[in-house]
Write a new protein. Sequence first.
Length: 254
Amino acid sequence: MSTVKSKDGTLIAYEKAGSGPPLVLVDGALCSRQFGPMPKLAPLLASRFTVYWYDRRGRGESGDTRPYAREREIEDVAALIQAAGGSAFVVGLSSGAALALEAAASGLPVTKVAAYEPPYMPGGANHQARLSELIEAGRRGDAVKYFMRDMVGMPGFVIVLMQLMFWVWPKLKAVAHTLPYDAAVMGDYQVPAARFAAIRAPALVMHGSKTDPRLMKAARSVAEAVPHAQHRVLEGQTHNVGPQVLAAALFDFA
């Protein structure tokens, strides 16, 4: 593990593997270097890229300087890009996809940007406030359940089963305080078309063929907003995309 200091002084923990052009991976909600898709995705990409994957602030071994703002997370990406040599291909999943796009739109030296299912779904304007209320009340488990039920749309029985997974549920609760951060990245959950029109890097926007129709619509809308973006459907995939399928799509784009 290595660390890099973000603009506000927050230490961001990251790992590096592989050789080739630099690529920065940006996680979605509740995920980190050790939990979620990155532990499997990063080694696959390392066959073609120098891969940097990190704990978003507040997770794992990264710091969590307050107050939080979306701009701080963009600065975290900037610090990773600097550590990678000054420019990089940035790849994000879910809310991390929205963050990757925001980073590219902000003018960071992003050589290419790829986004898998950024969850721009109307009706989410109150999510950040509700999540913050639950976290401030010490109700971490309820915050995770709210995220799964009201934001992701998981069936109730799946959430019950998740709580029985003693090797998973505590990890989710441990980073529940970062859920408002993901909601802040998403803003009002509308595609920020005017901002994304400023993206000049080649862009790839993807969704699975078996995913939530709202996520399909969101990906299409993002692809329309980003100048000259490629839009690709990954057959047989849901929001939990298979690492090998995603890696193949990224290799094709690169």
